[in-house]
Design a protein around this ligand. Structure first.
Ligand code: NAD
Length: 247
């Protein structure tokens, strides 16, 4: 229960990797704020699971690409749960298409959610973390932000951008005792990847050296560690969770 008394905000925390992160942080004792597009039965289930673990849980509807709403959500979290200690920028989408056929809308939307969304929440949280001289930020990037991938110009650029954002925030907030890190998952089985062609799954499985695809819990374990005091001397890092997909 090393996160007892802490409050964590997880964007896109209703399902998939974000839901697993919310539960892992709750298991360590944190109270949980989930921000997602709209309340869903999935979100309701995660909130119930958190309260079942003995924590407090609240839902905040928001599109993370909305700058003004982000500043309000962070204030609402502090008003509802009393403080903010941990921000996990997890919300993300993919609109895949080869570069020369990608529309301006596909580029703008993926950059707006996956990269600007993280900036929007980090900016609001940074003011609080500086004031209280402590906090944790974890940005969910991707191995495809490190290596690039066919058909993913928008997604890979956004995920690479998150790495630059992570390293910059780590430099800017280090003297305020704020740890900022990025996690780069490989292929994790979620609704996002369930929608991909079968070939993508087969190719990813072949790339792993551990011989299996990842689970949301594989990512959540690392995030919970990075949000704990055991990781107090780790900042500005990008850590892959990919079963050796990209060594
Ligand atoms: N699944 C993978 O293989 C994989 C690999 C690397 C990185 N990631 C990243 O992990 C994160 C979670 O992915 P996932 O596989 O769990 O996806 P998912 O689609 O299952 O879940 C994404 C969540 O984000 C929410 N969301 C989407 N757009 C939003 C917006 N504009 N504002 C607020 N919430 C929004 C969705 O409603 C959903 O609850 C994403 O950033 C994704 O890019 C996933």
């Amino acid at each position: 229960m090393e996160l007892q008394g802490k409050v964590a905000l997880v964007t896109g925390g209703s399902r998939g990797i974000g839901a697993a992160i919310a539960l892992a942080l709750a298991r360590s004792g944190a109270d949980i704020a989930i921000c997602d597009l709209q309340p869903t039965p999935d979100a309701e289930g995660i909130l119930k699971a958190v309260t079942g673990l003995g924590g407090r849980a609240s839902f905040f509807p928001a599109d993370v690409s909305d700058f003004q709403r982000a500043q309000k959500v962070v204030a609402e979290v502090v008003a509802a749960l009393g403080r903010l200690d941990i921000l996990v920028n997890n919300a993300g989408i993919n609109l895949d298409r080869v570069s020369w056929k990608m529309s301006e809308e596909e580029w703008d939307r993926v950059l707006g959610v996956n990269l600007k969304g993280a900036f929007n929440y980090a900016r609001a949280a940074a003011l609080i973390f500086r004031g209280q001289q402590g906090g944790k930020i974890v940005n969910i990037s991707s191995v495809n932000g490190l290596r690039g991938q066919w058909g993913l110009a928008n997604y890979a650029a956004a995920k690479a951008g998150l790495i630059g954002l992570t390293k910059t925030l780590a430099r800017e907030l280090g003297s305020s005792h704020v740890n900022v890190n990025a996690v780069a998952p490989g292929y994790i089985r979620t609704k996002m990847t369930d929608a991909l062609p079968r070939q993508a799954k087969d190719d990813a499985l072949k790339e792993t050296v551990l011989g299996r695809l990842g689970t949301p819990e594989d990512v959540a374990h690392l995030v919970a560690f990075l949000c704990s005091e055991r990781a107090a001397y780790i900042t500005g890092e990008v850590i892959k969770v990919d079963g050796g997909q990209y060594i």
